[in-house]
Design a protein around this ligand. Structure first.
Ligand code: FEO
Length: 183
């Protein structure tokens, strides 16, 4: 009896999304290391936390594929892009990447709708909302920086911005505790 509840194309697309989330995690990780190297400990800690969150997203999809009886394929992760040239540029690059990931999520939603795979459609809704949250968060940070001068932010403004980021919660749940029901 066939116990695989995902179509071949859907399993392949979800596996590709695993790699995409892992790539997102690597991007946050490399930008975090860059920010720390520049002396911005608060921003670095925010980005390290996000690297972890992206890994949680990866685990969530991996778990779903297994739950539906399909095969997980763990592949190589593309290298992250070049380091940002400024803190403002760092968040601009992050927003670009998040929008790109949102588009990938939308493609999966569209595909699940076309296949009438309502379980996957429903599963993907969590990611749709998560992307809204993440995009909003980065857009708000970019707005703050814009007010403070954007690329021309003074060292004082950068110092306060870094301090603000340090205060942001650093609580991240371990990936193994993240499930579809309790993200
Ligand atoms: Fe998991 Fe920010 O996308």
């Amino acid at each position: 009896m066939n116990t695989n509840r995902l179509s071949k194309t859907m399993a392949a697309a979800l596996n590709a999304q695993i790699t995409k989330e892992a790539h997102a995690s690597q991007i946050y990780l490399s930008y975090a290391a860059w920010a720390d190297g520049q002396g911005f400990a608060g921003i670095a800690s925010f980005l390290f936390r996000h690297a972890h969150e992206e890994r949680n997203h990866m685990m969530k999809i991996l778990e779903y594929i297994l739950k539906r009886g399909a095969e997980v394929e763990v592949t190589a992760i593309p290298a992250p892009p070049a380091s940002p040239v400024s803190i403002n540029n760092c968040f601009e690059k992050i927003l670009e990447h998040e929008v790109d990931n949102t588009n990938a999520v939308y493609k999966l939603v569209k595909m699940s709708h076309a296949e009438e795979d309502w379980a996957t459609w429903n599963f993907m809704q969590w990611f749709v909302m998560e992307q809204v949250e993440e995009e909003t968060l980065v857009m708000n940070l970019l707005d703050k920086m814009k007010i403070a001068g954007g690329e021309k932010m003074s060292s004082d403004a950068l110092y306060s911005f870094d301090k603000d980021m340090e205060k942001a919660s650093n609580e991240v749940r371990p990936a193994q505790e993240v499930t579809t029901e309790t993200p």
